[in-house]
Design a protein around this ligand. Structure first.
Ligand code: GAR
Length: 202
């Protein structure tokens, strides 16, 4: 069986990339393989993480390529060259265009730090999500892995996990707990699940 070549797109710290990589190293991902990390921020620590573990990287920095369509075309060329079968958005902070999404239909998944359809859509990214969760006063939040479709954060859900909100949480403490208890658990599992499906095994 040929493994599904997987690219991880990151803009920041890359802890979700690290979680997928660690799962792969632990033998928990057998139908896919991370072969590329792409970032739209040249200073993203995710790039450093990838280099440390020997995964090739590519950077299309937002400052150097301010036009999203130009960046996307470069990323698409890179994905095609690498014969990428699955794209994982792991803290990738640019909303992709319908053109990009159509090019990789049903082959792009995203991790979102809340229980969609709550606290999703434009403007809900990173710490802003956890700020909104605390402001709303909900007692449970979590994370969602979903397929990426043209409507932001609204594609079919692949996996979710709930996380309790504590009285004394700050956006930072909540973010950390959502990552540790939900994101780093469900994203690697979803990558394996989707790769298995893409590789033809049910
Ligand atoms: C994660 O919490 C991820 O869910 C979130 O950004 C963080 C990236 O952290 N993504 C979004 O908000 C997308 N809308 P990481 O770079 O350490 O994986």
């Amino acid at each position: 069986m040929e493994k599904v070549k997987t690219a991880v797109l990151c803009s920041g710290g890359g802890t979700n990339f690290q979680a997928i990589f660690n799962a792969q190293e632990a033998g928990l991902i057998s139908h896919g393989e991370i072969v590329l990390v792409i970032s739209d921020h040249e200073e993203a620590f995710a790039l450093e993480r990838a280099k440390r573990v020997g995964i090739p990287t590519a950077v299309f920095d937002r400052k150097k390529f301010p036009d999203r369509d130009v960046r996307e075309q470069k990323i698409l060329a890179c994905l095609r060259e690498g014969e990428i079968g699955l794209v994982v958005l792991a803290g990738f902070m640019t909303i992709l265009s319908p053109v990009f999404i159509a090019a990789y239909e049903k082959r792009i998944i995203n991790i979102h730090p809340a229980l969609l359809p709550s606290f999703g859509g434009r403007g809900f990214f990173g710490l802003h999500v956890h700020e909104a969760v605390l402001k709303a006063g909900v007692k449970v939040t979590g994370a969602t892995v979903h397929y990426v479709t043209a409507e932001c954060d609204a594609g079919p859900i692949i996996a979710q996990r709930a996380v309790e909100v504590f009285e004394d949480d700050t956006p930072e403490t909540l973010q950390k707990r959502v990552m540790r208890e939900a994101e780093w658990v469900i994203l690697p599992a979803a990558v394996e699940k989707v790769c298995k499906k893409l590789s033809g095994e049910k």
